[in-house]
Design a protein around this ligand. Sequence first.
Ligand SMILES: [Zn+2]
Ligand SMILES: [Zn+2]
Length: 273
Amino acid sequence: MNNSVIMLGTGSPRLNSERIPSAQLLIMGNLPILVDCGEGATMQLVKSGIPPQEVKYVFFTHLHADHILGYANFLISGWVEGRRELTIVGPLGTKKMHELLLDMLKEDIAYRMSLGRPEAGIYDVKIIEIEVPSTVALDLPIEITCARMNHNVPTFAYRFEKDGKSIVFSGDTAPPTDGLAKLAEGADMIIHDSALTLIEGDQMENAEKIWANLQKEHCTPAQAASTAEKAKVTSLVLTHFLPKMNPKKVLAEAENVFSGDIFVPNDLDVIKF
Ligand SMILES: [Zn+2]
Ligand SMILES: [Zn+2]
């Protein structure tokens, strides 16, 4: 079985020349599924050799800017390149976001339709909004379940399972992560928010206040490793990094807590599971 995840974006909302915001492409069997779509995600797909029009499923963990701002480009470019069906899944508000984009781009879309492109793939996008964590019913040979995370907007972690192989995406979350550990129990891999790596000498206005608040929204590498250890997963992939984080320190911090395989990826790294 050919299962892998391409870490399209391992960054955060903080600007970083080496890491775009959150986006991952899960390939399960031969089916590509986009999980979050931060700005730049579509070009990262192209760089990875994946035509965006071949990606027909998108899951949003939540609707923060660093997870959705690439969606407009993904939606339009994929359709322009020939995608004629698309399903998106996310928390309440996903439909409104999609419709606002369609409204913002309606003249552009009308022009492209005047050149012969059909409505299919742009005006018939299937939208599934999750209110209560449950099984996500899609016509796919993959079992998809989710759990609510601790963040400042409704946020869901997703678990994808097929033929005994499973992977979990945490989205953004702060501890306690008992619900996440339960969702990820025995999974082969967990992709985990690990944003809390201190930026030494951060010059941003209100840096201390922002840092204090981040404790309520994200995890440290050690906290992510603790979830992985509790869930007894095989491997842990850390992501959602702030600029200037030190990969060696991040790895060492997680290794103190989790005994399985740990990855501290760069953008476009491909990890098999
Ligand atoms: Zn967030
Ligand atoms: Zn985020």
